[in-house]
Design a protein around this ligand. Structure first.
Ligand code: URA
Length: 210
């Protein structure tokens, strides 16, 4: 993956995203749409995975058939909204290893603080896909990637549903080696750190909390 930012403009992704943005979309539909979009984004983000061949026999003859090479993927959910992307991607890639990063923002310093961190072994040998639907300021995403790099991850990609230009810039400055795949690049952040036009609080919308 060569571009720092890839916006997946496929009509299915864009149509589903519009349904998700609408304020009256139910929790049930929101969750289902997120799962569906996550699989379409996964298709894009894994496009250049290394392949090898395996000798198999079809009912007609032997052949060297393509299979994915090397160690399994590691999917890292940035809690809690990352879990909405995780569910769909895991359906598509059920053998992937899974990790979780929990960060909250210290109300005084406004810096991300880690409250949970559990990731698979041998991150250095894996393609690591970090998942967070909303790339807003980029502070927590950049901090999560810092942690993954400290654990040895070298080949990291970041999947989100919506990105704000501020978040993309922050990630580019902190982690220029981490390509971002998103369904849309929105206009800006408002004074409360929400993406505009956005879709509101992704965690609240997918879990039905307020
Ligand atoms: N997180 C969200 O859930 N929504 C935003 O708009 C920004 C950050």
């Amino acid at each position: 993956m060569h571009n720092h930012l890839t916006v997946v403009t496929h009509p299915l992704v864009q149509h589903k995203l519009t349904l998700m943005r609408e304020k009256d979309t139910s929790t049930n539909s929101f969750r289902r749409l997120l799962r569906e979009i996550s699989q379409l984004l996964a298709y894009e983000i894994t496009r250049e995975m290394e392949m090898t061949t395996k000798r198999i026999e079809t009912p007609l003859c032997p052949m060297d058939a393509p299979v994915i090479d090397g160690k399994k993927l590691a999917l890292i959910s940035i809690l809690r909204a990352g879990n909405g992307l995780l569910d769909g991607v895991l359906e598509l890639i059920p053998a992937a290893r899974v990790g979780f990063v929990g960060l909250y923002r210290d109300p005084e310093t406004l810096q991300p603080v880690q409250y949970y961190y559990k990731v698979p072994a041998s991150l250095e040998d894996r393609l690591v896909i970090a998942l967070d639907p909303m790339l807003a300021t980029g502070n927590s995403s950049a901090a999560a990637i810092d942690l993954l790099k400290k654990s040895g991850a070298k080949n990291i990609r970041f999947m989100c549903l919506l990105a704000a230009p501020e978040g993309v810039a922050r990630m580019k400055e902190a982690h220029p080696d981490v390509p971002i795949v998103t369904a849309a690049l929105d206009s800006h952040l408002n004074d409360h750190g929400y993406i505009v036009p956005g879709l509101g609080d992704a965690g609240d919308r997918m879990f039905g909390t307020k």
